[in-house]
Design a protein around this ligand. Structure first.
Ligand SMILES: N[C@@H](CCC(=O)NCCCC(=O)O)C(=O)O
Length: 257
């Protein structure tokens, strides 16, 4: 019986303390989504002192990379700013590894999907900056999640998405919801793109104009970053499904070489 060779996809961890012990953690929904689209997720630990040999060892063996979301924020010193009072959580180990992985992934033409914090990491890696508290920016919505206990509500549709025509996201997803409006996406973030990083192409915006998706102009492969959470039951949401199908196809083609 022939065995299906699943592409190996690195999933960056976050630092946590579990029962008093330092730990490296990725939440299940990212890993389950990759598994359900025929991929083999592997969690990548994060150390601030991660050296190039570690980054290289991963990049030489992976068929794709996912940068997940996280309640922590990219340290504002990474984009030359002081910490805002609303910016309460950081993960400098995560920052170090994410910002080291991104250039290598693009240089090697590895498929790359970045979600929420990962979207913000990509922007900072390209010299861009972030709003530290979007809700305090005049004219912008409050993009933070509802306080509902029910995760189905917190990760449910929150606002419409204006997809830029003829971009990568438009190529992946040609559907529109009823009435010709854009699809609706969830929203669980306090931060967002302020100044766009170099070589990034805007793929979608929220109705308040906040950038919600970008792609990498000089990428030789799938390289999409989104502010929302398409890993939340993607098979039940046509746009999320299109993103994971596109990423999985790119990772599979990378295996075939
Ligand atoms: N902390 C950043 C990014 C928000 C983010 O990634 N949220 C994810 C929450 C947990 C999860 O679903 O993985 C911000 O607030 O903008």
């Amino acid at each position: 019986m022939s065995v299906t060779h699943r592409p190996l996809v690195g999933v960056i961890a976050c630092r946590r303390e579990i029962e008093g012990h330092p730990a490296h953690m990725a939440t299940d929904k990212y890993l389950t989504a990759l598994r359900d689209y025929g991929l083999a997720p592997v969690v990548l630990p994060v150390w601030e002192e991660a050296d190039v040999s570690l980054i290289t060892a991963w990049l030489e063996r992976l068929d794709g990379l996912m940068l997940t979301g996280s309640p922590t924020n990219v340290d504002p010193s990474r984009y030359g700013e002081a910490r805002a009072p609303e910016n309460e959580r950081s993960d400098t180990d995560r920052d170090a590894v994410a910002l080291a992985l991104i250039p290598g992934v693009i240089e090697r033409g590895l498929p790359f999907l970045a979600i929420c914090r990962g979207f913000q990491e990509l922007n900072v890696s390209r010299g861009g900056s972030l709003y530290q508290a979007v809700q305090k920016v005049p004219g912008k919505f409050d993009h933070r999640e509802s306080k509902e206990e029910d995760k189905a509500v917190r990760y449910g549709p929150s606002h419409e998405l204006d997809i830029v025509p003829e971009g990568e996201l438009a190529r992946l997803f040609s559907g529109v919801s009823q009435g010709g409006e854009g699809p609706r996406v969830n929203s669980l973030h306090q931060q967002g793109i302020h100044e766009l990083g170099q070589g990034l192409r805007i793929e979608a915006r929220a109705p308040d104009g906040l950038i919600e998706a970008v792609s990498v102009e000089d990428a030789a492969n799938f390289a999409l970053a989104v502010q929302w959470h398409p890993e939340w039951f993607p098979k039940e949401h046509p746009l999320y499904d299109a993103i994971f199908r596109g990423f999985a196809e790119a990772c599979t083609n990378h295996v075939k070489g």
